[in-house]
Design a protein around this ligand. Structure first.
Ligand SMILES: NC(=O)c1ccc[n+]([C@@H]2O[C@H](COP(=O)([O-])OP(=O)(O)OC[C@H]3O[C@@H](n4cnc5c(N)ncnc54)[C@H](O)[C@@H]3O)[C@@H](O)[C@H]2O)c1
Ligand SMILES: O=C(O)[C@H](O)[C@H](O)COP(=O)(O)O
Length: 383
């Protein structure tokens, strides 16, 4: 059996080495020729999986080690009887923790000691948005949920707000898939009208897909007075990021919100499980068996440490997006093609980043409320 796989999928040999021969290919430039004699195709989000790539091949299974599936022509695969599996939720903790870190930086920028006084509108309340909402509610935030597909299909529909209502929150964070069809398409969902309504005391975060925001309209909005603060992890037309937009964005990262080691390895595990099931093979391997001990495993705070300071220190020890922002801006030099290559390089050689769950917090004299708040951020808490 020949397995053609994006070379950026971690632990290919460990998970798939005894299932078949593995041919590693650069995901962004994969062509039909790379799939000669392949039975299985494993991708990440940068490979367009469609008729052009697969027609005439003998591939019978496609797996993407990602949450998003907008790079895959699912209807065409189904018509061809090609089995497909994604990795729903694999990096939801990673993205939720990226948002928590961004919120903590934003609260500091605004001079707020109590970050939970910010209202947060979550647009798209699935695996990622749902995990974020759970954590924020435990942390005492006032959270407004916007998810029209869920609002229409669930008894609890009244628990949801409209996009216009969500866009009034102090912080608006986007977690929808990229869709161009259906009753609630998200392509350019946040357009000129929505952006014009945002004011300078608001923060807009996008870690869903770049095309959910109309970036030309965003650039226009940011060029006018009283502009909102913007944190973008995803960009229209990646890897070709508009340098003008990059200049105007407060916190810029190269589509790495989901790049915790746990998130990536769980993505591989999920497609390994799906492929094994589809081949009738036993599922023997788990992501946990391949995760190394974290470099930083414990943080201790004395009784005199303030909760605000401890929260900032712990979150930034877990993940500080400013490091990615700096690396990203430094790398964006040269021609369009050089910048695009640099964008992919930053992602390919991304440093090991661990989730908060790998960090144990020791807080002298921690009471139940304090323990609960640190646990809500994803940390392990011991006394
Ligand atoms: N930046 C990153 O590294 C990163 C990592 C993981 C996922 N993502 C992106 O985030 C997206 C969401 O991930 P998820 O796991 O939560 O997906 P999910 O499918 O579990 O949830 C998506 C939610 O969005 C809702 N939705 C759909 N259309 C909507 C609309 N018009 N308005 C509001 N809500 C709408 C759906 O009903 C669903 O509840 C993925 O599709 C992917 O594109 C990005
Ligand atoms: O959809 C996802 O899971 C994320 O966007 C994922 O982190 C994308 O990473 P890539 O496949 O581009 O490496």
């Amino acid at each position: 059996m020949l397995i053609v796989a994006d070379e950026n999928i971690p632990l290919l040999d460990e998970f798939f080495g005894d299932i078949g021969e593995i041919r590693r290919v650069a995901g962004r430039s994969m062509t039909a020729g790379d799939l000669r004699d392949a039975d299985v195709l494993l991708v990440r989000s940068v490979t367009r999986v469609n008729r052009e790539l697969l027609d005439g091949s003998r591939v019978r299974f496609v797996g993407t080690a990602t949450i998003g599936t907008d790079h895959v022509d699912l209807d065409w695969l189904e018509r061809q009887g090609i089995r497909f599996s994604a990795a729903p939720g694999c990096n939801a903790n990673s993205v939720a923790e990226y948002v928590l870190s961004v919120l903590s930086l934003y609260a500091e920028k605004r001079g707020l000691d109590d970050w939970s006084q910010l209202t947060v509108g979550i647009v798209g309340v699935g695996n990622v948005g749902g995990e974020l909402a759970r954590r924020l509610k435990r942390l005492g935030f006032d959270v407004r949920l916007c998810d029209p597909p869920r609002a229409e299909s669930e008894d609890q529909g009244s628990a949801f707000v409209t996009l216009a209502q969500a866009m009034k929150c102090d912080v608006v964070t986007l977690h929808t898939p990229l869709t161009r069809q259906g009753s609630h398409p998200t392509f350019h969902m946040v357009g000129q009208q929505a952006l014009d309504g945002l004011g300078e005391s608001q923060l807009l975060i996008n870690s869903g897909r770049g095309e959910v925001i109309d970036s030309a309209a965003l650039l226009t909005r940011l060029g006018r007075g009283h502009a909102p603060t913007v944190a973008l992890d995803v960009w229209e037309q990646e890897p070709r990021v508009d340098p003008g937009l990059l200049d105007q964005v407060w916190l810029a990262t190269p589509h790495i919100a989901g790049y915790s080691l746990e998130g990536k390895v769980q993505g591989t595990e999920m497609i390994y499980r799906a492929l094994s099931r589809s081949l009738g093979l036993p599922v023997r391997k788990t992501a946990n068996q391949f995760l190394p001990e974290p470099a930083l495993s414990t943080l201790s705070f004395t009784r005199s440490a303030s909760e605000v300071e401890a929260t900032r220190i712990a979150l930034r020890a877990g993940y500080d997006p400013r490091r990615d922002d700096t690396r990203f801006r430094h790398a964006m030099t040269g021609s369009v093609e050089e910048r695009a290559a640099a964008f992919d390089r930053l992602r390919r050689h991304y440093p090991v980043r661990r989730e908060n769950s790998s960090l144990e917090i020791r807080f002298e004299g921690a009471n139940k409320a304090l323990r609960d708040r640190f646990q809500a951020m994803g940390f392990k808490l011991t006394s």
